[in-house]
Design a protein around this ligand. Sequence first.
Ligand SMILES: O=C(CO)[C@H](O)[C@H](O)COP(=O)(O)O
Ligand SMILES: [Co+2]
Length: 219
Amino acid sequence: MLILSPSILAADFTKLGEQIKETVEAGAEYIHLDVMDGMFVPQISFGMPVIETIRSCTDKVFDVHLMIQDPGRYIETFAKTGADIITVHAEACTHLDRVIQQIKAAGVKAGVALNPATPLSALDYVLDELDMVLIMTVNPGFGGQKLIPYCLKKVSDLRAMMKERGLDIDIQVDGGIKASNAKEVIEAGANVLVGGSAVFSGDVAANTKAFMDVFAEFE
Ligand SMILES: O=C(CO)[C@H](O)[C@H](O)COP(=O)(O)O
Ligand SMILES: [Co+2]
């Protein structure tokens, strides 16, 4: 199933609830929540109180992307905010396998994200424990960047690796994803597409629909 996960980082925070509803009504199934700590990435975005507050806006899947150092410190707290999926960066965890177990023990789906330059081998021993792999298509930390082309090869290599192992895990792509390159990332093997600026710049409903139109070509 192809899923759009709009990243609210690019939304107008003065009308956040309204914009979330707009994208959901136009077909978004997930809401992507970028938590940045000013350590793992340079920016500080938002944390638990914001996620808890907007939980009442929609019952769609809350897809929490933790760009924080040592995320194991906060898994239970984020689970309590209403997260459905928690994704941690392999580069930010000293004991990745333990953090994955922590996420699952909290009753939440587990994702692991890889920065563009991190090889797929970082997932070798934990892949079958995961519900989702996030292949970053930009270096994390900022919205509005351009997709790094070599990341698409990484997506197709990961899909092939999964096939070889008989796994069918969601592959999410995040960073510089637009309706105009959606076909290419889907063909590479991604099925969960994060869109920040491409969804929230301008007409939110029309932007969401542009992704849905691409998805319809694969039905
Ligand atoms: O994780 C992220 C940044 O680190 C964001 O999810 C991503 O940047 C989305 O924004 P855009 O689609 O504008 O690139
Ligand atoms: Co993100």
